[in-house]
Design a protein around this ligand. Sequence first.
Ligand code: S3P
Length: 441
Amino acid sequence: MNNSVNIKNKIQPFRKSIKISGDKSLSIRCVLLASQAIGISKIKNLLESEDVLNTLKAIRSLGIKYLKRGQIYEIRGYGINGYKIKNKLIINAGNSGTLARLLTGLLVNIDSEIKIIGDKSLSKRDFKRVTEPLKLFGVNIKSTKGHLPLYIKGTKFLRPINYNENRGSAQCKSAVMLAGLKTPGITKIRAKKSRNHTEILFKNLKIPLKIKSGKKIDQISINGPNNFKSFNYEIPGDISSSAFFIVLTILSQRSKIIINNVNINESRIGIIKILNKMNCKIKLANKRLYKGEKIADIIVKSSNKIKSINCPPSLNSAAIDEFLVIFLVAAKAKGVSSFRSLGELNKKESPRLKIAVKFLKMIGIKVLNSGDNIKIYGNPRLFLTGNYVLKNYMKDHRVFMMSCVAALTFGGKWKINDKDSIKTSFPEFLKILRELGANIN
Ligand code: S3P
């Protein structure tokens, strides 16, 4: 089957209001927490992407039943000791680091061995970052030289830990929080700032949690074990998926977009802060609070006077999934943009910093990359006329979507491979682009 798209024309000016599918981080967390709650949880606007469908499959293999009634997923949990495990269970996390890592935290009290596997991309990623802290709880967990497959055999004799999370990884922090939920005593985490959806959900579920929030570090303590009741939740739109349309609009001519009902949690809006510093026009309207999460409509207009940025690394974590498209804006800026300490970017679904360097060079942008830092020499008159073929190393969904945005705004004739990768996080991506008028074959 043909798994590539051809883009031969820039997108024409557009003015539209769109809705983006549900947030991936919240969708995965809600499914996992519902599977451990007592009673039936009801989740609306769940993202139906492969990462989330693999999360549903994972809880089903752990003996949890769910069904979809109309627009709502109903998941019946039996509490934090409620999983029923078949012998020799193998769970396939597919492409999802969030699923594989958070799940380890929920398996710490199960005393039969479970194997966790994933696709080629996930199998290259670092799992020591979760096996190391979980071992300290008394869990028998082995990786394969720091990678998948993972073998985990939990224990009834969990002991609380003090853990220092210094990468700014929400996945590691959340895995330890979920293990702490099951462990008698106080688990303490000193965590470099990262997305805080797990903390907000815990508070909603009335799980005893203390947070001392600093500028760069949060001190979190959980007094376990805790059961919690089932819940209802309506997932807001995903800022990481919205990012492609924010940048598409900024780089298009005379266009405007309203993206409705998006999660604008402070720990996720690095892209908005960075792009506004670059003189882009992004506004937030109808701000509201839903169960502790901030939501708003995002209004974006085209920008024709983009400025370069010296990006403060304090914004890295809150924009970590968006740098590929932020770099496209830097490519069109006046001046040299500099981004530092982006080592974590090379640990994603593909080594995204390295991929970005190759990509920008391919479209004629001067780039200096040394270690974890990148300097991008912007060209406000960037206008492509050549032919470009994008082979998507590791089939990274965000590399595919970033390339489509580049093709639709910079010009040139493009063949972009691995269209199916969008199923991971944003199956509706191409459909929405076409609704805006993009000509994609
Ligand atoms: C996520 C955390 C981030 C992010 C990923 C989703 C989460 O990963 O890149 O796409 O839902 O917790 P890290 O925790 O590895 O930084």
